[in-house]
Design a protein around this ligand. Structure first.
Ligand SMILES: CC(C)(COP(=O)(O)OP(=O)(O)OC[C@H]1O[C@@H](n2cnc3c(N)ncnc32)[C@H](O)[C@@H]1OP(=O)(O)O)[C@@H](O)C(=O)NCCC(=O)NCCS
Length: 150
């Protein structure tokens, strides 16, 4: 998988991927804000044979980062591509002075929780009724960059 920065020309494909993967997908305006206006945003796509099979955005805010979305096309799941994408984000964080990486995940999302745990992320908080679509709770998870499993 070739990982590169997301651009506006990617959005048709990225939006289809979002719809496939998430019950509350990000819309075009959301991605346009990340690409054009949010100075802290790092948005990446993973490409195989000219097809976008993975997308992720993170906010890098000085010594703290937050992974805001990550997804892998269903046909390509469980092949190590999310791991590759996270490793890329982790390397970017390590070389840009980030100490801690945070994220939120639905408490029912076992695949994602297992993915984060495999890198050493730990649950730091439960956020009650975090998701507006079904009022599900979120785990806030965090990893110290220096302790990330490589
Ligand atoms: C979560 C998600 C990104 C994982 O992508 P992926 O490319 O399939 O993950 P990887 O193949 O890189 O898996 C890496 C590790 O994560 C864990 N993992 C991933 N999918 C898993 C599953 N279905 N069940 C259990 N563990 C899983 C495993 O530890 C796995 O390592 P292993 O395969 O050696 O056991 C993918 O399932 C997805 O896009 N889900 C829908 C969107 C989503 O929920 N995103 C997260 C929002 S917080």
């Amino acid at each position: 998988m070739n990982i590169r920065r997301m651009n506006e020309q990617d959005l048709e494909e990225v939006l289809l991927l979002e719809k496939e993967l998430f019950s509350s997908p990000w819309n075009r305006e959301h991605f346009l804000f990340e690409l054009n206006e949010n100075p802290f945003s790092l948005c990446l796509v993973g490409v195989i044979d000219d097809q976008i099979i993975s997308a992720s955005c993170a906010w890098i805010i000085y010594e703290r980062a937050e992974i805001s979305t990550i997804g892998v096309h269903k046909a390509y799941q469980r092949k190590g591509y999310a791991k590759e994408m996270l490793e890329m984000i982790h390397r970017y964080c390590a070389s840009n002075g980030v100490n801690q990486i945070f994220l939120e995940v639905r408490v029912s999302n076992r695949p994602a929780i297992a993915l984060y745990e495999s890198f050493g992320y730990k649950v730091t908080k439960v956020r009650k009724n975090y998701y507006s679509d079904n009022h599900e709770d979120a785990y806030e998870m965090m990893a110290e960059v220096k302790n990330l499993v490589r």
